[in-house]
Ligand binder design. Structure first.
Ligand SMILES: *Cc1c(COP(=O)(O)O)cnc(C)c1O
Length: 364
């Protein structure tokens, strides 16, 4: 018997998405760094990116990049979470490139690279308003770039980059891409040579590309979410971009087993306190309805909003750490104990499911 719950990875769909996106970028003179943190760094996903034409494999976690290398990835590895001082030595051994935003770290990195006898490539980050990593003032970024170029012999300044549409929800647009290009030109003028890389952001930076306003100096994007999730992700659901409708939303499917299908009231009976997670929940009374309980829960996937049932009429109603309650009253097909229900997945549920030891990964 197959061990449940199962996460089915469809590599054909995944490679369709990756090839399509890498093609869009190539047409705009942009190389793609394939970001693998979405699946907790499944090595087969890194290999898919490589075979579809990604130029780097990127992750926010060193152990995921180590697994990719061990699985046979040949292209350069890029660390995209600015590193901890405590991991510089290992990072230099594992990675060829990293994003950097702190002078102290760069100095320590130079020492670590020297100790390992290996030149390390850096992309200095510009914070253009999203308020995550990066130098906030252009002059500061230029000064640090000059210092790296002239004083840090084990570090090669490969380029600059930015990250948008993250903690600050700032939308990548023409203005931000032009600003990044302007900062890159200022660095090039200061160091007297062109930069190899101007890294314009993540999935959300496809917006200026779709709009045809991408600054031609931008030549790298670091793409994770949209390759994996396709149109279920923000580009479609939040920004209404139809371009992504050609992508598959069935690269990853969760299969969970039904363990009960009793008819029950939809409003709890009794004095209400808090739920299993200490939260006060609101329940809508829809009368008595048939509900399936599945043997998978928030411990595995996080939040019920990040599961999308494939079966028409099914609706995820509530969940505990280990149970998911799905309203099946309006489903035309009968559902019995032992049946399997399938769900498409949004970003954070995919990230958690791939990290859960309860979930079996099946690759097709
Ligand atoms: C996660 C991340 C990405 C990829 O973001 P997606 O939205 O998944 O494409 C790119 N760059 C950095 C620095 C990241 O942390």
């Amino acid at each position: 018997m197959k061990k449940r719950p199962t996460l089915v990875v469809n590599h054909e769909n995944l490679r369709h998405n990756m090839s399509t996106i890498i093609g869009w970028c190539r047409d705009a003179g942009i190389d793609v760094a394939g970001v693998i943190k979405v699946t907790t760094g499944l090595p087969s996903v890194a290999l898919d990116y490589e075979s579809c034409g990604a130029r780097w494999i990127a992750s926010s976690r060193l152990e995921q990049l180590i697994r990719a290398r061990d699985a046979g990835v040949k292209i350069p590895l890029l660390m995209i979470r600015v590193p901890m001082l405590s991991e510089l030595d290992e990072m230099v051994k594992v990675c060829d490139y990293s994003l950097e935003s702190s002078l102290d770290t760069l100095k320590a990195l130079n020492e670590a690279a020297g100790n390992n006898g290996k030149v390390h490539n850096v992309i200095l980050m510009a914070d253009l308003g999203d308020l995550r990593e990066g130098f906030f003032e252009k002059e500061e970024l230029v000064d640090v770039a000059k210092y790296v170029e002239s004083d840090l012999e084990w570090i090669h300044l490969a380029g600059i980059g930015t990250n948008l549409g993250c903690v600050g929800s700032v939308k990548p647009n023409k203005e931000k891409m032009d600003m990044l290009a302007d900062w890159a030109e200022a660095v090039e003028e200061a160091i007297g040579r062109p930069l190899e890389i101007v890294s314009g952001g993540a999935t959300s930076s496809l917006i200026p590309l779709f709009d045809g306003v991408m600054n031609p100096k931008v030549n790298m994007l670091r793409i994770g979410a949209v390759s994996h999730i396709g149109p279920l992700e923000d580009l479609r659901t939040c920004y209404g971009r139809e371009e992504v409708d050609v992508l598959s939303d069935e690269c990853f499917v969760l299969e969970a087993e039904v363990i009960e299908t009793n008819v029950k009231p939809t409003h709890p009976i009794g004095e209400l306190g808090v739920d299993a997670f200490g939260k006060k929940a609101v329940y809508v009374d829809r009368g008595r309805r048939r509900r399936a309980i599945l043997a998978v829960g928030r411990a595995d996937y996080g939040d019920i909003d990040d599961l999308v049932p494939e079966l028409e009429g099914a609706e995820v109603a509530m969940a505990s750490g280990d149970h998911t309650i799905v309203d099946i009253e309006d489903c035309r097909e009968p559902i019995r104990v032992g049946d399997i229900m399938r769900f498409k997945l949004k970003y954070s549920s995919l990230m958690r499911l791939t990290a859960s030891e309860n979930v079996t990964i099946e690759e097709i």
